[in-house]
Each structure stands twice: as structure tokens, then as C-alpha cells.
Design a binder for this molecule. Structure first.
Ligand code: SF4
Length: 278
């Protein structure tokens, strides 16, 4: 499979996830792109980041994939929207990019997180990369909007130690407003499936002034969230965190820890208001 020579020279590790990277995969023939998406032999990556403390538990290496089906109004890395903006990377190179950090990640109780863009736009590559890292004994996480969750088998999901599910909105109308017209039915379905499989999951909700931080809607969103997310998923939904994009966390950056339901009638989620910065 051919790869663009220039892209092969590009360092996987960027200075930051905000480093602008575009057109790095433009030279890959379309047939090779189709083969890559079908097999996962090759993926398209914006970059790797080391030392992240906000993309899962502990200190983590994060691989940022390119391509996303959403167009969130607050997206902070739109250069990851287009698949061909990414570096074409063989699966082996991507695995080696994590392997060299594996001893340190285990020592620091951290792990590897696959993020994006939307990593499940390249679900074959994502599934194989996460399985390989899991086999190293390194904690694995995926940050996903959940829209393509159905493309992972149950076994592939079990290779992922933590799913960080980016919940853009809980109602269809609000979800379409935030994401540029995409519905949230598949997202909620994936959330419920993770719950049924009893997989560890964090829900992440971004608070944007004037868009998603309207208290009335937020309260209603909580009440209309999938039942699994709030009350019936033993140890599955461990927490729901929200991140403010305003730069001012006071008042709105809040996390709710989902308690394991009690066997009796009072098995509902309880909230705390401990501040969490994302
Ligand atoms: S899902 Fe993430 S990468 Fe995609 S548009 Fe939304 S914020 Fe951006």
C-alpha cells in the first residue's frame, strides 16, 4: 500500500494537539484509502500527544485520528474533520508509537487513549490498534461521540478499558443544533449498549455559554438522559463530567458521580458538585 513520502517523514508526535496539520494524506490513492478503511491496515492520524492528564485516568499517550461526521459548533480542532488531513500511518507504526511508552504508562497508572476527530470513522484501525495496546497490558480508552459505536463488536468493546462518551446533547433537537444536523439516536443506543455490557464509561458534556449551558435545558437533559446513564448501570457509568469552554469554570464546571444503585427502591443517581476541570 502506497503512502505519501512527505507524510512518512512527519513526526507522529506534535508539539500539541492544536498544531495545525492539513493535507498530509492527500497523495494516498482513493483505492488505498478504501482498503485502509475496510481492513484497518493503515490509519490516518493527526498526531500523538504524550503526557496528557485529561484524556482518561493517569498520564496518557493520546493518538488523534482524522475524520469526523459531526460539525460541532465549538469544535476546537477542525483540522481533524477531514480524513486526508491526517498522516497515513501503518498499523504497525501506530502500535510501535505506543509500545515505546508502555513501561512508563504502566508505572504511572496511565494508559493510551484514542481520540480525534472521531476515531470510529476508522473503526477497523481503531479496533485493531486498541486490541494490540490492550495485549501489551496498557490501559486503553477511547474518546468518541458514539455515533458509529455499532461498528464495534462486543469483543472489540471489551478490549477498551474505558469509553469516554462525548455526549453533545441529550435531546435530538439540541443535538442537531450543536452538531450541524446530526441526530443522537445512535449515540444513545451505544450508551445503552455499553451499559448492558457493563463497560466502564464516562459521559462528557461540554458547556458552551449560550449554547449548552442553559440551566433549564440542562435540568431537562438530565431527566431525559438514558436511564442507563443515570441509574441502572452498576459500575458502568462511573461519572459524568462537563467541561466549560468559557475559560471560567466557576458555576458551570461540575461533575456527577453515578453511584451504584442500591437494591431497594432508592436506586437513583445522586449528584455532587465537586468541581472538575477538563
Ligand atoms: S465530534 Fe469532536 S472532532 Fe467532531 S466536530 Fe465535534 S468536537 Fe469536533
Amino acid at each position: 500500500m502506497a503512502t505519501a513520502p512527505a507524510a512518512a517523514q512527519v513526526n507522529l508526535e506534535a508539539k500539541s494537539p492544536y498544531e495545525m496539520r492539513v493535507h498530509l494524506g492527500d497523495d494516498v490513492p482513493e483505492t488505498d484509502v478504501r482498503t485502509a478503511l475496510r481492513t484497518g491496515d493503515m490509519g490516518f492520524l493527526h498526531s500523538y500527544t504524550t503526557g496528557s492528564a485529561v484524556d482518561g485516568p493517569g498520564i496518557r499517550v493520546v493518538a488523534w485520528t482524522t475524520a469526523c461526521m459531526f460539525r460541532c459548533r465549538y469544535c476546537h480542532n477542525p483540522d481533524t474533520w477531514t480524513l486526508s488531513n491526517g498522516i497515513p500511518v501503518t498499523l504497525e507504526r501506530a502500535i510501535d508509537g505506543v509500545r515505546k511508552y508502555a513501561p512508563g504508562l504502566k508505572l504511572m497508572h496511565g494508559g493510551f487513549t484514542l481520540s480525534g476527530g472521531e476515531p470510529l470513522m476508522q473503526h477497523r484501525f481503531a479496533a485493531r490498534l486498541l486490541a494490540a495496546v490492550n495485549a501489551m497490558g496498557v490501559h486503553t480508552a477511547i474518546e468518541t461521540n458514539g455515533y458509529y459505536g455499532e461498528n464495534l463488536s462486543d469483543d472489540e468493546i471489551r478490549n477498551i478499558d474505558l469509553v469516554i462518551l462525548d455526549m453533545k446533547a441529550f435531546t435530538r433537537t439540541q443535538h442537531e443544533r450543536v452538531t450541524g444536523g446530526m441526530h443522537n439516536e445512535d449515540v444513545l443506543e451505544f450508551c445503552n449498549r455499553l451499559s448492558e455490557l457493563k463497560r466502564p464509561m464516562w459521559l462528557r458534556y461540554v458547556l458552551v455559554p449560550g449554547l449548552t449551558d442553559i440551566q433549564r435545558k440542562w435540568k431537562r437533559s438530565r431527566s431525559s438522559a438514558p436511564r442507563s446513564a443515570w441509574s441502572s448501570a452498576p459500575r458502568s457509568c462511573r461519572s459524568i463530567s462537563s467541561a466549560s469552554t468559557s475559560g471560567n469554570d466557576s458555576g458551570w464546571t461540575t461533575s456527577w458521580r453515578i453511584r451504584r444503585p442500591r437494591p431497594a427502591k432508592r436506586s437513583r443517581a445522586r449528584s455532587t458538585s465537586s468541581a472538575r476541570r477538563d
